[in-house]
Design a protein around this ligand. Structure first.
Ligand code: CTP
Ligand code: MG
Length: 181
């Protein structure tokens, strides 16, 4: 694979993990997952992690993976790159795992005294990558091994923070998010 191919495969394979976080912003609201409970002086997770946002984000990611499967033959021709097809298990682990990673990061942020919306550089950009990839590697190991080669993983680690910062700045200026991170 050349560099362009590696970037295209990395982006394609990660799309079902990228979109849930952004979709959660649109679906968010209603009952928080922690039901308002606290641990020590802070909320367990906070009002920024809701059932609706998590379910809507996960469903959007899974639907996107199925949509990408449907357009894969066309995309493979158009891009001249053989992009991966998502097994249903991987569609679910990528999307749900990204949401779980984000929720876990909120738990860590609250324990470290950060209020809802506070930035935690590094964690904010990579929580959902770890959350998406670890369960995928465990539950769809052969697909994971074929798709996420070492060069693809290296590209994921470089492009993800850039895309995350970029989309959040856009969402902030569109008035969808309260903070640009
Ligand atoms: N959101 C949600 N459920 C999730 C993730 C996000 O409802 N599991 C919605 C919330 O409305 C949230 C917004 O998307 O406020 C932005 O998400 P994020 O930046 O992850 O949350 P924050 O409000 O910044 O909270 P935290 O500090 O806990 O990350
Ligand atoms: Mg935030």
């Amino acid at each position: 694979m050349d560099v362009i191919e590696t970037v295209v495969v990395a982006f394609w394979a990660m799309l079902p993990a990228y979109v849930p976080n952004n979709a959660a912003v649109l679906f968010g609201g209603g009952r928080p997952i922690d039901g308002g409970r606290t641990w020590g002086d802070s909320r367990l997770l906070g009002d920024g992690k809701t059932w609706r946002g998590t379910a809507g984000g996960t469903a959007t990611g899974v639907a996107l993976a199925l949509g990408l499967n449907a357009v894969r033959p066309t995309a493979t021709d158009a891009l001249a790159v053989s992009v991966p097809e998502f097994p249903i298990v991987a569609a679910v682990t990528l999307a749900a795992g990204a949401m779980v990673g984000d929720v876990t990061a909120s738990f860590v942020k609250r324990r470290s005294g950060r209020e809802r919306g506070a930035a935690f550089p590094g964690l904010d950009q990579l929580d959902f990558v770890v959350g998406a990839l670890v369960p995928t590697a465990i539950l769809a190991p052969s697909w994971f091994g074929k798709t996420f080669t070492v060069p693809v993983l290296a590209v994921v680690l470089v492009i993800t923070p850039l895309l995350h910062v970029g989309t959040n700045v856009v969402a902030y200026y569109l008035g969808l998010k309260d903070e640009p991170w």
